[in-house]
Design a protein around this ligand. Structure first.
Ligand code: UDP
Length: 368
């Protein structure tokens, strides 16, 4: 599939976490705002004095992620499914900017609930865009896409304008990619046909406080294992690579893109371009934690089931993000890992003595 990009507006302003663009106070709607990335979006906008309305069905998001914002007069929360939420039209008509993050995410959940992935991710995005169109008002929409749209592409660096390809070889494994390609196509279509501006952000692996390992994400799993001195479970040989970006950088980049792009529409990679193999990541987490953990290789088949195809490498080209915003990262991988280790130690100070239970197999966790 080829995706044609809309015109770009290069800029030179330097944008960092410490110098977020200051503008008028905004009305911000965050779907999936109780999730890990969503909660950081909420933090950024409340800190700026914007009004923030979150809708989340709490399927993977948790209310505790928003606890520190609940008392704010500028904050409002609705527990609802994006597919059926009765207040959607009104909330969309109220919003200046919408972050659409509500989605079924995480490898384990995606494998366990293939039909839900497609329904929630595609129909949810379509419903939101239709509400924006029906309202007659054109809020700016930030659509969460994913590096998964690049499928099994093994290019050294992934550029926004390269072809996207997924296969049906591994059954429903690529359903999430398909759903995100559909969301991108929806965003581009509503922009072209009805002039609704969209930032289509292809997130590469995002990490940081409040992310949980329950749905498969590697960094919180390794951190929990290292702090507990348990074996670090490296799936496969560990030669596969990823590039990890702190969520607090991610949300600053998103805001910078949205502010810069204005009424235009763009597809942009959002992440960090430092690439690391999963084996190196395991060694790094062990070293930073001063842990006694050993590395335990787990066959892909055992980790994910038959026919699973893991992605060999993921590194974003960030030229476009930088050209549009001048964005610079504030968080190194080491800084984020150190912080996550400290948080994990605080949460489980007596983990060893109390007999900490290891992370369990995915199937039993995805049944809900
Ligand atoms: N992974 C691993 N051990 C774990 C969890 C994940 O080795 O306990 C690997 C996984 O196979 C993949 C990488 O870490 O190669 C990143 O996995 P994650 O689910 O965090 O992100 P994604 O695969 O979606 O990029």
């Amino acid at each position: 599939m080829n995706i044609t990009l809309y015109g770009s507006t290069p800029a030179t302003t330097l944008v960092t976490a410490d110098s977020v663009l200051q503008g008028d106070k905004m009305h911000v709607l965050v779907t999936g705002g109780a999730g890990f990335i969503g909660s950081h979006v909420v933090a950024l906008h409340l800190a700026r004095g914007d009004q923030v309305h979150v809708v989340d069905d709490l399927s993977t998001g948790v209310r505790a992620n928003l606890l520190e914002y609940e008392g704010s007069p500028n904050f409002r929360f609705d527990e609802a499914d994006i597919l059926t939420w009765g207040r959607l039209d009104r909330a969309v008509a109220w919003a200046d900017r919408i972050y659409h993050l509500a989605a079924v995410v995480g490898v384990y959940r995606v494998l366990a609930e293939p039909t839900k992935v497609l329904a929630t991710n595609i129909a949810g995005c379509e419903r939101l865009l239709r509400a924006a169109h029906d309202g007659g008002w054109k809020p700016q929409i930030v659509i969460a896409s994913s590096s998964e749209v690049y499928g099994h592409n093994n290019e050294e660096v992934l550029h926004e304008d390269q072809d996207l390809s997924v296969s049906t070889r591994a059954g429903t494994r690529w359903g999430y990619s398909v759903s995100k390609i559909a969301d991108e196509a929806l965003g581009l279509s509503y922009a072209q046909r009805f002039g609704i501006p969209a930032v289509i952000a292809r997130f590469f692996n995002t990490i940081g406080p409040r992310q949980v390992g329950r749905y498969g994400m590697v960094v919180p799993r390794f951190v929990a294992q290292a702090v507990a001195d348990e074996p670090i479970t490296v799936f496969g040989g560990g030669q596969q690579t990823r590039s990890f970006c702190d969520a607090r950088d991610t949300v600053v980049a998103l805001d910078a893109l949205a502010s810069r792009i204005g009424a235009d529409t763009q597809v942009v990679n959002v992440g960090n371009d430092r690439e690391i193999s999963i084996l190196e990541l395991a060694e790094l987490v062990i070293a930073r934690a001063g842990s006694h953990s050993e590395i335990k290789h787990v066959a892909l088949q055992e980790a994910y089931g038959e026919n699973f195809e893991d992605i060999r490498r993921r590194r974003p080209a960030l030229d476009k993000l930088r050209a549009l915003t001048g964005f610079k990262h504030q968080y190194t991988l080491e800084r984020t890992i150190d912080e996550l280790i400290a948080i994990e130690r605080q949460r489980h100070p007596k983990k060893e003595r109390d007999g900490y239970r290891p992370l369990v197999r995915p199937e039993s966790q995805c049944a809900a």
